[in-house]
Design a protein around this ligand. Sequence first.
Ligand code: SAH
Ligand code: MG
Length: 215
Amino acid sequence: MANINEEYIEEYIRSLFPSHQGILKDLELYASVNHVPIVEREVAQLLKVLLKIKKPDRILEVGTAIGYSAIIMAESTRDNCSITTIERREDMVDIARKNIEIAKYSHRIQVIHGDAQDILMNLDEKYDFIFLDAAKGQYLDFFNKCINLLNPGGVIVCDNVLYKGMTASDKLVIRRKKTIVKRLREFLKYISSLEGFESSIIPIGDGVSITYREE
Ligand code: SAH
Ligand code: MG
């Protein structure tokens, strides 16, 4: 529960989409039992639509966790689309690789183990679509590194940018999250007026930003 929207709105929107089946359903259950913060149902839906419009050949994800969003992105793209996803926790990398194998996407999804701080500096190919879903305090830094890896006409989607509403209101901010919230605010301000880019901030899930790089 991300608490950006009124519960009745969130429940209503979620009730419209058919439940996932198979591996995605299993991963949703696993995530809920083990408290893994996978994308909410309505954010998964947004990713699917954006990917079907954009039809990327190459996707980069920062924050793999158990591979749930990576598998959703694979399902929503053509068979020639490759996905590179970065995860710093070794236990997650192992779980994600197993899940990706079960989903039969090992030929398209490559999981890189390491800290995105370092990995992003060492990737040299370009991407058409980047999904940022990792340490929120580092979004500005990750974003700037990602810009260098994004083709013109490319899209960067960032998850959890409204962080339970704390980004939007001081009243909601809990003390130990102060620094992260301050950084998220700086990040959103930055992408909102960045020359050569067009951004939108959407209050679904835990808040999602979409940034388009002009061609
Ligand atoms: N995108 C996934 C959920 C990712 S949860 C999904 O929706 O299915 C965020 C993940 O980012 C966690 O597993 C965490 O270990 C990882 N992470 C956080 N900071 C990171 C960093 N600096 N480098 C790489 N991975 C990071
Ligand atoms: Mg997220």
